[in-house]
Write a protein that binds this ligand. Structure first.
Ligand code: B12
Length: 365
C-alpha cells in the first residue's frame, strides 16, 4: 500500500476525541472490543493515532449518527465503503478531521465576534500539543477560510478577518516554540517568493523548524530573490527553506532559487506536488508532505550527510549543489507523483505553469 504523507502526523487520544467527538473512554472500549482503532504506542505507553486512523474514527462517528451496529460501521469504514452523507459532509471540501466546531469558529470570526471566537478556539485547542494544533486545527482552518472566499461563500473582508486570526495564532505558536528553543542547532532562512503572498505554509515551516530545534529566520511572503541572497551572506544559515503555494511561473521561480549561492535550498508546499523532478533538476532539495514533522527529519539527514561528506574528505560547499541524500529527497512518499521532464508537457500546465490549469489545486497534500 502507498504511504500517505499525512500519516506522518500523530495525534494523542485527547486530540482524537476532540476531532471526532468520540470520548476517550469510548475509544479505549472500541479498541478493546473491536480491535479498532489500533494506535501506536510511545515508550511511555501513551497512544498515538496516525491521521489515517483519525479519518476512519471520524467516519465511524458519522455513521453512528444514523444508528446501526458499531461493529458494522467499523467494518464498513475499514473496507473503504463511502460514509453516508451528513450535514458536515455537505459543506463541500471541509476536511474530514475538522468538524462542526471549526465551521462555527469560522462563522463566528466572519461575524466579527472576536470574544466568542476566542472561546471556541480555546475549546478546539485545549489540551492539544503545538504540533496537533498546527496540523489538525490551523492548517484545515486556514484552508477552509480561504476556500470559502474562492467558492464565493464569503466576502474578502470576512475571509481576511478569519485568515488573520489563524495566522496570528500560528505566529503565536512560533513565538512560544522559539522561546522554548533556547539553544538552536543552526539557522534556517524561511521565505515565500516574490509574487506569492501565501504566508500560512511558511509560518508552518517556521514552527516545524523551531520545534525540531532549529532557529527559523522568518522573512515572510513576497520577497525578491536578491534580498534572500543578502540574507544568506549576512546570517550564513545552514539552509534556506521555501514555501511554494502558487504553481504559476514555477520554472522561473526554480531558476531564481537555483541562482542563490551560499546555502542549500529546499522547497515544500502544495504547488510542488507536480514539479518535484523539475525542482531536483534545479538543484533544490524537495521535502514532501506537511512541514511538521518532515522538515525536522530532512534537516537531520542534510546535516548528517554534510558531516559524512566532510569525513570522507569530500569538499563540502554550501551552495545549492550540496544536495540532500537521495533517500531524503522525498522518495519515502511514493504516492507523490513526479513531474514529467518538461513542465510544459504536464497536462494542464501552460508554458508558465499557470495555476488556473493546475488540476492539483483542489487536492489535499
Ligand atoms: C488562504 C489562501 C489564500 C489567502 C492567503 C492569505 C495569507 N496571507 O496567507 C489569499 C486570499 C490572500 C489568497 C490569494 C490567492 N490565492 Co490562495 N489560497 C489560500 C488557501 C485557501 C489556503 C492556503 C493556506 O494558508 N493553507 C494553510 C497552510 C498551512 O497550508 P499549506 O500552505 O498547504 O502548507 C502546508 C503544506 O503544504 C506544507 N508546507 C508548506 N510550505 C512548506 C515548505 C516546506 C519546506 C515544507 C517541508 C512543507 C511545507 O506544510 C503545511 C502544513 O504543515 C489555498 C487553498 C488550499 N487548499 O490550500 C489557496 C491557494 C493556494 N490559492 C490559490 C490561488 C490561485 C490564489 C490567487 C492567485 C487567487 C486570485 N485569483 O487572486 C491569489 C494569489 C495571491 C498571491 N499573489 O499570492 C491556489 C493556488 C493554485 C496553484 N497551484 O497555483 C490555491 C491552491 C487555491 C485553489 N484551490 O486554487 N489565497
Amino acid at each position: 500500500m502507498k504511504a500517505d504523507p499525512l500519516s506522518q502526523a500523530h495525534y494523542s487520544i485527547a486530540a482524537v476525541s476532540k476531532l471526532s467527538g468520540v470520548s476517550c473512554h469510548t475509544l479505549r472500549v472500541w479498541e478493546r472490543r473491536y480491535g479498532f482503532p489500533i494506535p501506536e504506542r510511545l515508550a511511555s505507553g501513551h497512544r498515538r493515532y496516525p491521521a489515517q486512523q483519525v479519518d476512519l474514527i471520524c467516519q465511524v462517528a458519522r455513521r453512528c449518527q444514523f444508528g446501526g451496529s458499531i461493529a458494522q460501521h467499523i467494518a464498513e469504514a475499514r473496507a473503504g465503503h463511502p460514509p453516508p452523507p451528513s450535514p458536515v459532509d455537505q459543506q463541500a471540501q471541509t476536511p474530514p478531521v475538522t468538524g462542526h466546531l471549526m465551521t462555527e469558529l469560522i462563522d463566528t470570526l466572519q461575524r466579527a465576534d472576536a470574544r466568542s471566537a476566542e472561546a471556541i478556539y480555546r475549546r478546539l485547542t485545549g489540551g492539544l500539543s503545538p504540533e496537533e494544533i498546527a496540523n489538525a486545527i490551523l492548517t484545515p482552518a486556514l484552508t477552509d477560510a480561504g476556500e470559502r472566499l474562492f467558492r464565493k461563500d464569503c466576502s474578502l473582508v470576512e475571509e481576511r478577518l478569519a485568515t488573520m486570526f489563524f495566522l496570528r495564532k500560528l505566529a503565536a505558536l512560533v513565538d512560544d516554540a522559539q522561546r522554548a528553543n533556547a539553544a538552536p542547532r543552526g539557522r534556517v532562512i524561511v521565505f515565500v517568493m516574490q509574487g506569492d503572498r501565501h504566508e500560512g505554509g511558511a509560518l508552518m515551516l517556521s514552527l516545524a523548524l523551531e520545534l525540531a530545534g532549529w532557529r527559523s529566520l522568518f522573512l515572510g511572503a513576497d520577497l525578491p530573490i536578491h534580498e534572500v541572497q543578502r540574507g544568506i551572506e549576512r546570517w550564513q544559515p545552514v539552509a534556506v527553506g521555501v514555501s511554494l503555494s502558487l504553481s504559476r511561473n514555477i520554472r522561473k521561480r526554480f531558476d531564481e532559487l537555483e541562482s542563490l549561492r551560499g546555502a542549500p535550498i529546499f522547497v515544500g508546499g502544495r504547488s510542488l506536488l507536480n514539479y518535484q523532478g523539475l525542482a531536483r533538476r534545479c538543484g533544490l532539495g524537495v521535502v514532501r508532505g506537511p512541514a511538521i514533522p518532515n522538515v525536522g527529519r530532512y534537516l537531520e539527514g542534510l546535516v548528517g550527510h554534510g558531516r559524512q561528506a566532510e569525513h570522507d574528505g569530500d569538499v563540502v560547499t554550501s551552495g545549492p549543489s550540496v544536495l540532500p541524500p537521495h533517500h531524503l529527497r522525498g522518495e519515502e512518499y511514493p504516492d507523490w507523483h513526479d513531474d514529467s521532464p518538461n513542465p510544459n508537457a504536464h497536462p494542464g500546465a501552460t508554458p508558465s505553469g499557470d495555476f488556473r490549469q493546475d488540476e492539483t489545486a483542489h487536492q489535499p497534500l
